[in-house]
Design a binder for this molecule. Structure first.
Ligand code: NDP
Length: 253
C-alpha cells in the first residue's frame, strides 16, 4: 500500500494492541507510538511487553501501559476486569488491534485433536470476542473508534491442512462483518487486515523451509496498519483489507 501518513496521524489516540510483545503486534505497537499514540500493550509474556514499553519510552513516546493476559485461559470476568482497570486510567479507547493468534497444528482435519481445535478457537475467536465485548463501551467513547481484526488468506478460501486456524479466521471475518453492520451508524468502524506472508515466528513454524529473505517484514506492512488506525480511513467499515494485495498465498518461492 502506498500511503504517506502525517507524522502526527495518531496524536492523542489511545490504542490497545493484543500480542504486542512479538511479531506484527510488536511492530504495530512501536509504529503507532511513533505516530503519536498512547499504547496499551496486551500479551502473555510480560518480559516481552516490558521490552516494547521500554523501546517506546526510549523513542520519546507516551508512556505505555502493560496488560498481561493469556488468551488461552481468558474468561469473560477477566476481560471485564481489564476493561474496568483501563476505565480507571484512560478516558476512552480510539483503537483496538486484535493481533494475537495461535497457529495450532498444520495437519489434515481427520488428524486434528479436539484439544488443539479448542485451543485455536479459544485464542483466535472466543477470547477475541470476550475482549471485544468488554472493550466496546470504551471504544464507543471515541469520536472515531477503529476496531481491527487480523485475518488470513486461509480465512477467505479454505486450504488443506490449515484446519482449526483457517476456520478460526473465517470466524474472525464473520465477527468483523457482524460488528461493522451493528455499528454502521455509530462512530466505530470495524475492519480486518490480512497481513499476507510476513517474517515472524508464526510464519517460520508454518513454513520452516521457505526462504525468509523473500518475505516482507512486519515493518514493511505497517502502512495499512496506520491507515486503518488513523482518521484517513474514517469512512471505511466492514472491509477485509490485504496488507500485501499482490502477493500469492502460500510459501515464498
Ligand atoms: P507471532 O507468533 O510472531 O506473534 C504472535 C503474538 O501473539 C505474540 O506476541 C504472542 O505472545 C501473542 N500470543 C499468542 N498466543 C497468545 C495468548 N494465548 N495470549 C496472549 N498473547 C498471545 O505471530 P505473527 O506476528 O506472525 O501474527 C500476528 C497475527 O497475524 C496473527 O493473528 C496471525 O494469525 C496473523 N497472520 C500472520 C501471518 C504471517 O505471515 N506472519 C499471515 C497471516 C496472518 P508471545 O510473544 O508471548 O508468544
Amino acid at each position: 500500500m502506498h500511503y504517506q501518513p502525517k507524522h502526527d496521524l495518531l496524536d492523542q489516540r489511545i490504542i490497545l494492541v493484543t500480542g504486542a510483545g512479538d511479531g506484527i503486534g510488536r511492530e504495530a505497537a512501536l509504529t503507532y507510538a511513533r505516530f503519536g499514540a498512547q499504547l496499551i500493550l496486551l500479551g502473555r509474556t510480560e518480559s516481552k511487553l516490558q521490552a516494547v514499553q521500554a523501546e517506546i519510552a526510549a523513542g520519546g513516546g507516551a508512556p505505555a501501559h502493560i496488560v498481561t493476559l493469556d488468551l488461552l485461559q481468558a474468561t469473560p470476568e477477566q476481560c471485564q476486569q481489564i476493561a474496568n482497570a483501563l476505565q480507571a486510567c484512560v478516558p476512552r479507547l480510539d483503537g483496538v488491534l486484535h493481533n494475537a493468534g495461535l497457529l495450532g497444528d498444520i495437519a489434515p482435519m481427520a488428524e486434528l485433536s479436539l484439544t488443539m481445535w479448542h485451543d485455536v478457537m479459544q485464542v483466535n475467536v472466543n477470547a477475541t470476542f470476550m475482549l471485544t465485548q468488554a472493550l466496546l463501551p470504551l471504544l464507543l467513547k471515541s469520536s472515531s473508534g477503529s476496531l481491527i481484526f487480523t485475518s488470513s488468506s486461509v480465512g477467505r478460501m479454505g486450504r488443506a491442512n490449515w484446519g482449526a486456524y483457517a476456520v478460526s479466521k473465517f470466524a474472525t471475518e464473520g465477527m468483523m462483518q457482524v460488528l461493522a453492520d451493528e455499528y454502521r451508524t455509530r462512530n466505530l468502524r470495524v475492519n480486518c487486515i490480512n497481513p499476507g506472508g510476513t517474517r515472524t515466528q508464526m510464519r517460520a513454524s508454518a513454513f520452516p523451509d521457505e526462504d525468509k529473505s523473500k518475505l516482507k517484514t512486519p515493518a514493511d506492512i505497517m502502512p495499512l496498519y496506520l491507515y486503518l488506525m488513523g482518521d484517513d480511513s474514517r469512512r471505511k467499515t466492514g472491509i477485509s483489507f490485504d496488507a500485501q494485495p499482490n502477493r500469492k498465498p502460500g510459501a515464498a518461492e
